[in-house]
Write a protein that binds this ligand. Structure first.
Ligand code: SF4
Length: 317
């Protein structure tokens, strides 16, 4: 493995440190066998090792759901929060510690239902976060309840005669938010594409929103079955400024050269119902980031104490 010095990585100890894949392994994952979350975890750990992200300068924030157990399984800092609130927690971390690398993991219920308002506003605030939506089209942790991305007609415990409404499209919603700067889609059963997309998202400055199509073999086993079994249903968006995965050329022969700066084309691709497009739909690295606009000068512990003393003195009797 290549050697990186701490100075290069942003800490000033000067000591040489290498991080292997095993350095990022946390507790043993307890998802069901065959769950797509395992694939995302592997891609994530590969990314951390490849980018040599310092574990103590990396944070993974999640809400509630099967995928939200993620922080337990990666040996970095982590915050397993409350339902739908991963994004405000992550934004707060980024605002107070812009030097940290922050990842967010949410399920479709977590992000697009109870967390929907936070999702919209985080996209607009555009802090430098890598946000993964693991979309299996169902509430899995609470055992088979309809979520906003459950396809219309799909039976669940909460809507046993089938979901009444057409599913919400997380890509279209994200692309409709003012100041959104990076929107991509990938699938956990295409690990090379998943990895390349997460890498592109991580390297983007601003909020990178990645919808990951994720199989839940327990509650929605048929949801992505056709796309998995028939590669003709998948199309790859390729561009020098997007994600290219040459090893998938033979499997996914439908490829479209799509310029991620073209927002109108991105919206059309997000709405396409004849094919599932994987790749970067939209990217604009020039969009303002909230932590830059609201840059708060760093405060030392001594300064904090002195301010606290002054404040307490104000109230002294
Ligand atoms: Fe994964 Fe579904 Fe099991 Fe949850 S219920 S761990 S999403 S397979």
């Amino acid at each position: 493995m290549t050697s990186f010095s701490c100075a290069v990585l942003g800490c000033d100890g000067g000591e040489e440190r290498d991080y292997a894949l095993s350095d990022y392994e946390g507790a043993r994952a307890r998802w069901c066998p065959g769950c797509g979350d395992h694939s995302v975890l592997t891609a994530m750990q590969r990314l951390l090792a490849a980018e040599q992200l310092v574990p103590e300068q990396t944070v993974i924030v999640s809400g509630i759901g099967c995928s939200s157990r993620f922080p337990h399984y990666v040996k970095t800092y982590g915050f397993h929060g409350i339902h739908g609130r991963a994004l405000p927690v992550a934004t707060g971390i980024k605002l107070s510690r812009p030097d940290l690398t922050v990842f967010v993991v949410m399920g479709d219920g977590d992000c697009t239902s109870i967390g929907a308002a936070h999702w919209i506003h985080a996209l607009r605030y555009n802090p430098d976060l890598t946000v993964m939506l693991l979309d299996n089209g169902i509430y899995g942790l609470t055992k088979n309840q309809t979520s906003p991305t459950t396809p219309q007609g799909w039976a669940s415990n909460t809507q046993p005669r089938g979901s009444f409404l057409p599913a919400l499209n997380p890509l279209s919603v994200s692309l409709g938010v003012t100041n959104a700067s990076f929107v991509a889609q990938t699938a956990e059963w295409a690990p090379a594409h998943l990895y390349a997309t997460l890498r592109a998202a991580h390297r983007h400055r601003g909020l990178s929103f990645v919808r990951i199509l994720q199989r839940c073999p327990v509650f929605t086993p048929a949801l992505y079955q056709q796309a998995v079994q028939d590669p003709a249903r998948i199309g790859l968006l390729v561009h020098d400024d997007g994600v290219t995965v040459p090893e998938l050329d033979k499997l996914y022969t439908t490829q479209l050269r799509h310029d991620p700066r073209d927002l109108d084309a991105a919206r059309r691709l997000a709405e396409a119902d004849d094919r599932t497009w994987l790749g970067v739909l939209f990217r604009d690295a020039t969009r303002p980031r909230y932590e830059e606009l609201r840059r708060i000068p760093p405060v030392t512990a001594a300064e904090r104490l002195s301010r606290l003393d002054a404040e307490l003195s104000r109230h002294a009797v």
